[in-house]
Design a protein around this ligand. Sequence first.
Ligand code: MN
Length: 264
Amino acid sequence: MRILLTNDDGIHAPGLRLLAEVAADFGEVWVVAPDTERSGSSHAITLFRPLRLREVSERWYACDGTPTDCVYLGLHQLELAPDLVLSGVNPGPNLAHDVLYSGTVSGALEGAHWGIPAIAFSHFASDEALLPPLRPVLGPLLEQLIPQAKALGQTLNVNLPAADRMPFAGLRVTRLGARFYSNEVYERNDPRGRLYFWIGGSRVSMPDLPGSDCNAIRDNFVSVTPLADDITGHDRLAPLADALGVAMPEAAAKPDDRSRSRKA
Ligand code: MN
């Protein structure tokens, strides 16, 4: 099996190295990762400047783009034709709405978009010193989840509780919950006296939502959420069509995109 590995923390991130080492037991690992920290880059793709790909060691490539760019180049330039895309391990959770901001999750989603099963891994603790203790958990988890990711042909979003809470209580299949960050905007002056802003809240609240990824982590379970490519608000189709006095959209079968992962 060939595995394409990426992350959003950069090619030197300890979480990437850890996942590469564990994944090596399951196949031939190729790494295409951003050359610097790209956390919060979401599913961004670089279209209006050149991209550089640098081979840093055998089967390890650094790219000056986003995680999405990395997977794109791995598939369509290096033509790796992987059986699996892995992303992470991110130092910090990707729960609930986080998945929309996350470069880690988007790296996996980009793989799944091209028909490659994918798994994203995030760790609740942001302290990278807590990553190595996860190693004995990651192997069995990959063994359990790889066949499921392949069966679904989709992305599995995995969040691990903080390693200082090991042993974990088990594994839960979850839905995305809710997670609210405080809305800080820091206003400062740069060394030349010009105003700048730094955004991103530090305080987080997670309402109690049974079955959610947030609850699983709170209860010390590994959370596994299947993510679909389609973020249509299916439950809102009927009320919207009704309110606008138009017909419901036809339920069209989705095309099988798997063939797109190979160059014609
Ligand atoms: Mn990150």
